[in-house]
Design a protein around this ligand. Structure first.
Ligand code: HEC
Ligand code: HEC
Ligand code: HEC
Ligand code: HEC
Ligand code: HEC
Ligand code: HEC
Ligand code: HEC
Length: 439
């Protein structure tokens, strides 16, 4: 394998094909259109001066998942299997997803002489672009996989740090070139088990320059310290990967200290931690909206939203619409809120989801519908009878191919499938439960 570091030479043969993706915010091109604003780290909502000046809690306010585990065994046992926990990790044999071994590790591109090779050496993972237009002098550009993003239900993508030394302390004096985070050009697509160009990288180009903005880590990690500018500069050691318990329950150091103290509070007394079921309904859903309302415009700095806060002061969430494009970057909040079920009941996300454990079987959700509905009230009951019982989801929350394009490989477009969270009546999903599950 070639892994000479030749960053400077990449411009020449392919210059016309290189394009400035640098500050693209989101994974999916379709989302880019909706989210040109999220490139900014700076809040813009002047009317919310109080939150826009808020500072994130210091790292010392957090205790970390390991410390919760000893006392909350039930949650701690299954949580590590969830997509939340696994959504960003260090590279390892289990986390990388794709096959980095010869035979399965090459992405061919629109330019026949250009390939990408994914390799593993001494436990480290790399992506290398190899240009062989002059066979005697191939050009290779290599960058390491430093962080894996995505639990891999649909895809995995990879990030790398540019610069050699991790800065010991987040000091403003360190070189700006160090600690900049970028997305690698090749991602792994789970459904087809194939390597694909990462979204917003153009097929046939050598490009490793897509900056990772804080908003990306807001949703896919738990903590980081920004060293902006530039926007993608972070203190490496400050990064807490995965979504931790405290992302939803708030900083937990005080709770841990209190519960370990000589006189811990008894059941029902204040416990210095956010109990979600004690919050008003809107505030419960707001926690999920931080990451499940799409790539909307931030009004306050990263990490300042805390459970219990009103999300509208932190993100400008677009209107609730049932025709919102379904995409991998998820508008579950808007879609659900647009449903009659939601409007006419006290439903929250927890009506169906227990986020402490993986739930991957759509049929297993039917009982939640039956908490509020009788099968006999469904228009299909007369003709289909009891068969509909376990199939409510298939017809009323159909799995749909996202309109958003993830990547294009060999002229084939990749569209992720997503569960439409607008609970409604879908005439096209009514033939039989089986044929309704994909389109
Ligand atoms: C030393 C043991 C201990 C540790 C460590 C601990 N907890 Fe708790 N926690 C408890 C006990 C005991 C309760 C009370 C349970 C009850 O009353 O039903 C509790 C209650 C809670 C509640 C509900 C609060 C309420 O008002 O009822 C949440 C949420 C919670 N813990 C989350 C966490 C998280 C997140 C962590 C890690 C950052 C954590 N806990 C660490 C012992 C602990
Ligand atoms: C800090 C951001 C964040 C918050 C807060 C958050 N999520 Fe998520 N959630 C994600 C991300 C990112 C994924 C996708 C993870 C992946 O596949 O890599 C996800 C995935 C999920 C999944 C699919 C899980 C699976 O294992 O298949 C469900 C369900 C979900 N979230 C529900 C919720 C609910 C309900 C809430 C609020 C109680 C919530 N999330 C809060 C970021 C978040
Ligand atoms: C607004 C929050 C948000 C932002 C910003 C965001 N994501 Fe996501 N991302 C999600 C959620 C939520 C999911 C899961 C969506 C679903 O399954 O409906 C997801 C899914 C993914 C997946 C597929 C995960 C899987 O298990 O299949 C990848 C890869 C990914 N995101 C990478 C990124 C990268 C890289 C960035 C930044 C450049 C980014 N995302 C920005 C919330 C976000
Ligand atoms: C994605 C958001 C999210 C994450 C991450 C999360 N929780 Fe929760 N947690 C909730 C929600 C929502 C509830 C209330 C509904 C329920 O029980 O499902 C809850 C309930 C609880 C409760 C019961 C007290 C209460 O608030 O009703 C405890 C204890 C708890 N979680 C501990 C943990 C621990 C420990 C972790 C990490 C291993 C964790 N949670 C991770 C969202 C989250
Ligand atoms: C928390 C209670 C609750 C749950 C859970 C619930 N619904 Fe509903 N749903 C309602 C209410 C209330 C209405 C409105 C009834 C009315 O206005 O007559 C409704 C309306 C509907 C409608 C009519 C929608 C329309 O646009 O006309 C359908 C279809 C439906 N629900 C299916 C489901 C399915 C399928 C599930 C499970 C995925 C589900 N519901 C879960 C409470 C709920
Ligand atoms: C084969 C597809 C299919 C399945 C499975 C199915 N439904 Fe329906 N459902 C429909 C259609 C289509 C309608 C619209 C009524 C009609 O025109 O027949 C409907 C209507 C409804 C309504 C609205 C009734 C009204 O008059 O407002 C509710 C509530 C409902 N279904 C609940 C459920 C529940 C709960 C389940 C699971 C037990 C379920 N449905 C399973 C297709 C289905
Ligand atoms: C009425 C039940 C219901 C409610 C309420 C609900 N969901 Fe879901 N959710 C589902 C079902 C069913 C699935 C599909 C599970 C599967 O196929 O693996 C799902 C899947 C998801 C996924 C994975 C997305 C995907 O397409 O793979 C995410 C993320 C999610 N839900 C987030 C949320 C959030 C956030 C809320 C609150 C705004 C919410 N859900 C409320 C039923 C519900």
């Amino acid at each position: 394998m070639l892994d000479v570091h030749l960053r400077k030479s990449i411009g020449s043969p392919l210059k016309a094909k290189l394009f400035p993706v640098a500050f693209a915010c989101l994974l999916l091109p379709g989302v880019l259109a909706l989210s040109a604003d999220c490139q900014d780290t700076q809040p813009r909502g002047a009317s919310h001066a109080s939150v826009s000046e808020r500072q994130p809690p210091p790292p010392s306010a957090y205790a970390g998942d390991a410390s919760c585990a000893g006392c909350h065994k039930e949650q701690a046992a299954s949580y590590p299997l969830t997509a939340h926990h696994l959504t960003s990790e260090l590279p390892s044999e289990t986390s990388v997803g794709g096959n980095f071994n010869p035979g399965a590790n090459v992405l061919h591109t629109a330019v026949p002489e250009l390939t990408y090779e994914m390799t593993v050496r001494d436990g480290r993972y790399f992506e290398t672009a190899v240009m062989r237009d002059d066979p005697a002098h191939p050009i290779a550009v290599t960058e390491p996989v430093d962080i894996v993003v995505g639990a891999g239900r649909k895809a995995k993508t990879y990030l790398y740090w540019r610069g050699d030394q991790p800065a010991e302390a987040p000091s403003a004096t360190s070189d700006a070139a160090i600690n900049q985070l970028f997305e690698l050009p090749v991602s792994f697509w789970t459904e087809t088990q194939k390597w694909v160009y990462s979204p917003s990288y153009e097929d046939g180009t050598i490009n490793f320059d897509r900056a990772v903005v804080p908003r990306c880590l807001d949703c896919h990690a738990s903590y980081f310290q920004s060293l902006a500018p530039p926007v993608n500069r972070f203190a490496r050691n400050s990064l807490v990967l995965g979504i931790t318990c405290e992302k939803c329950h708030g900083p937990g150091r005080a709770h841990v200290d209190l519960m370990n103290s000589k006189n811990p509070p008894s059941h029902g007394q204040p416990m210095a931690i956010v109990k979600l079921t004690d919050l008003p309904r809107d505030r419960q859903v707001d926690i999920c909206a931080l990451c499940h309302a799409g790539a909307v415009r931030p009004l306050a700095p990263s990490l300042t939203f805390l459970p219990g806060d009103e999300i509208d002061k932190f993100l400008r969430i677009t209107d609730e619409k049932s025709d919102f494009p379904v995409d991998v970057h998820s508008h579950q909040v808007q879609l659900l809120k647009s449903s009659r079920c939601y409007r006419s009941s006290q439903m929250t996300c927890s009506t169906c989801h227990n986020v402490h454990t993986p739930q991957r079987d759509a049929d297993a959700f039917s009982p939640y519908c039956l908490n509020c509905h009788q099968p006999a009230k469904c228009g299909k009951f007369a003709t289909m009878g009891a068969q509909i019982a376990g199939k409510c989801i298939t017809c009323h929350m159909p799995l749909q191919r996202s309109v958003v394009l993830f990547s294009e490989v060999d002229g084939q477009e990749l569209h992720p499938t997503v569960r439409n969270h607008h609970i409604g009546i879908y005439p096209e999903a009514t033939a039989t439960p089986k044929s309704a599950s994909g389109r």
